[in-house]
Design a protein around this ligand. Sequence first.
Ligand SMILES: Cc1cc2nc3c(=O)[nH]c(=O)nc-3n(C[C@H](O)[C@H](O)[C@H](O)COP(=O)(O)OP(=O)(O)OC[C@H]3O[C@@H](n4cnc5c(N)ncnc54)[C@H](O)[C@@H]3O)c2cc1C
Length: 477
Amino acid sequence: MPRDHLKGVQDEYDVVVIGSGLAGMTSANILGRAGHRVLLLEQHYKLGGLATWFLRPGSHTFDISLHGFPHGMIKSCRRYWNRDISDRIVQLKNIRFDNPQFSLTTTFDREDFSRLLVERFGQEPATVKEFFDTARGMNFYDDQNTTTGQLFERFFPGRNDIVRLLMEPITYANGSTLEDPAITYGIVFSNFMSKGVFIYEGGTDDLVKRMKQELESNNVDIRINCGVDKIDLAGGRVSAVHVGGRKIRCRAIVSNANLKTTILKMIGEDKLDRDYVDQANAVRLNNSSTQVYMALKEGEEIDESSGDLFFTSTAKDFNTASLLSRDITSRTFSFYYPRTRPWKKKERYAIVSSTNANWSDWSELGEEEYQQSKQDLVETTIDALERYIPGVRDKIAHAEAATPRTFHHYTRHEMGASFGTKFEGLQVSRELPNQVGGMFHAGSVGIIMSGWLGAINYGVIVSNEVDQLLTSEASPV
Ligand SMILES: Cc1cc2nc3c(=O)[nH]c(=O)nc-3n(C[C@H](O)[C@H](O)[C@H](O)COP(=O)(O)OP(=O)(O)OC[C@H]3O[C@@H](n4cnc5c(N)ncnc54)[C@H](O)[C@@H]3O)c2cc1C
């Protein structure tokens, strides 16, 4: 008989959280800590969503999305998780770039970037200062018509090399492009520039284990292998979720599943205002990515001078099309050393190569062609890496590729979107509780609310709103 993953589940909760990505888990944790009865439902057999890991024979552990995040994660994890987690966040100090326009190493913070822009790229200190101040001063309510490309043109006209320096890591960090609103760039760039790039020491398996313990200590009922099919409404507000053939009643729902799936499939177009449905349909998904995960044989090492994050490209200049092209020219390598990513006291080294990608380049391939394309991706990536680490091919014990189809398979995100939706998704996500009482969405949307920090912070914002709703309804009138 198949295992009943819902064994012992209650008939009713205050809140059901659908999905255990960072936003979902953070919401569940805050609401559980506040004393609400919380059920966390995850369709996959692991917690973490995109922030998870996988294990391969030979003790090779790979992190899916642990490449780097801003310093703000320390504060968010300390406040909304615990010190055990926040104390394990450390800086990556060795960020490298190599492309036909420049090769350099940086600590990736405002001071070092300012120095580079002045000394290496010949900019006036006043211009550089004004650029940083402008980026830092940007907020959600600013002009949304200026694009990132126009912002760069204003400060550094005709300097595609500077655009590359300033934009390549942000494209990597949230999938945004030169055509997206400048505020999405300004907010994320300033977050990174406040202190540099950080990582969780110990890996995603350790992080998720600690998050699970914290959720349990806050009495969150966690169920894996439990995908929600449908959300029921009654009298204009949420009443229950359908999961594993059961109906579980609730007063509020936080969906961490893809925004469009939540609105258009789990709730259903017929339950919502026509205008709102049109807006939801018009939301564009962000792009996806391909990754190549490579583990070194036991006893083999990579010198730490290889860097922590290494942005490489063979494209002669920087443009959106070549970043997404199936004909890959840009690869970002993450190097995992035993120091930054210990694994059960084993001295293991791993390298992950990431490239932004279009769903359409992978979705239509037949099975044989798909497997062949994945193998090509592995081979061409190792070839590219050989340029920087000669002989690395012989040191690799295991290599495999993930594609937009892989991300879709494991998270159910439409088109395998790795960073949620484009900018307009944020407004649709924020509007959801006004359409359906007690219905909230928290997860990567709008570029700003994506990535590890964006997702966690969005989980915080939404859980506070849910808490207010539940508390106000519970108080006597
Ligand atoms: C390859 C890659 C590399 C990345 N690198 C970085 C990085 O270095 N730094 C960074 O900051 N960000 C990175 N990101 C982005 C970052 O990982 C995500 O933005 C963030 O983890 C998303 O969190 P989320 O809360 O939106 O939910 P997600 O992680 O998207 O999780 C959503 C969860 O909902 C579950 N779910 C979906 N439907 C249902 C359902 N019907 N019922 C139950 N559960 C459901 C899914 O299974 C999943 O667990 C990367 C992403 C990818 C793909």
